[in-house]
Design a binder for this molecule. Structure first.
Ligand code: APR
Length: 257
């Protein structure tokens, strides 16, 4: 089937869906130049395995090393701007207000493109919190209000004096319970899930398309790679970069309305 035909079918599914869910991963931010977790390393950081740095144990062992790694990642993400894929999703939500995005990304490009009520499974790299959540889970900390020697590693928590850490979910940590609750609620009613730019390897996000499928819903995947774990169950696979495909889906919807 031609891409035009697949996009037309996708827009028909979207038009008739009652509850739309979108699950996004690193691929949706690729065209914004956000380095993925695994290819973020260069120079000094090339010698480290990021999966070994992104753990609470690594942080306890060497807080400065892990803090510096996140400062480096933040620096590399700073120039990133939303791409046409982010904007198309935000426009889709304006037209279908029940649409909700669940993202595994720690950037804020969905929100900056105009999407609202984004369900963030892995936190936000721009934020920080107390490592011990000394005032409750989470205890956000605004580091711009703290004066400390930036070469010494993480700043001290203004409440307890212990470490501040990035507000992201590390390997071996629980996902934020409120975000998981909202995601489950959405998936229990979604009759269509659009899966964009995720390899579908990391649970529980990886299981989400399966939940919708099991309930008789439609799974549509957008990914240049046709061998992702989601491709197996996708009703429609739109093969290509999301920054190009999503605007085409939106255009097809507008054409038909
Ligand atoms: N448009 C859409 N998809 C793309 C694009 C693009 N332009 N470029 C690449 N992709 C796809 C890749 O083919 C791949 O399937 O995006 C996917 C990215 O996969 P991962 O790097 O594994 O990212 P993700 O699925 O988000 O990873 C999940 O694992 O690395 C940890 O915690 C991190 O949140 C992350 C989680």
């Amino acid at each position: 089937m031609s891409m035009d035909e697949l996009i037309k079918r996708t827009s028909n599914h979207i038009r008739t869906a009652r509850q739309l869910a979108v699950l996004t991963g690193a691929g949706v931010s690729k065209e914004s130049g956000v380095p993925t977790f695994r290819d973020a390393q260069e120079g000094l950081w090339a010698q480290f395995d990021p999966t070994q740095l992104a753990t609470p144990f690594a942080f306890m062992e060497n807080p400065k090393l892990v803090w510096d790694f996140y400062e480096y990642r933040r620096e590399r993400m700073r120039p990133a701007q939303p791409n046409p894929g982010h904007y198309a999703l935000a426009e889709l939500q304006r037209r279908y207000p029940s649409l909700r995005i669940i993202t595994q990304n720690v950037d804020d490009l969905h929100e900056r493109a105009g999407s609202t009520e984004v369900i963030r499974l892995h936190g936000n790299i721009a934020g920080n919190k107390c490592f011990f959540n000394c005032q409750g889970d989470p205890t956000p900390v605004d580091v711009s209000q703290i004066e400390w020697d930036k070469t010494s590693g993480p700043p001290p928590c203004p409440h307890c004096g212990k470490w501040v850490r990035p507000s992201v979910v590390w390997f071996g940590e629980m996902l934020p319970s409120e975000q998981v609750r909202r995601a489950k609620e959405l998936l229990n009613s979604a009759d269509l899930i659009l899966v964009v730019g995720t390899s579908g390897l990391v649970s529980p996000a990886a299981d989400m398309p399966y939940l919708v499928k099991q309930r008789g819903g439609v799974v549509i995947e957008i990914n240049p790679d046709s061998s992702s774990a989601i491709a197996r169950i996708a009703d429609i696979h739109l093969q290509g970069p999301s920054g190009e495909i999503l605007p085409q889906v939106l255009a097809a919807l507008l054409d038909a309305s």
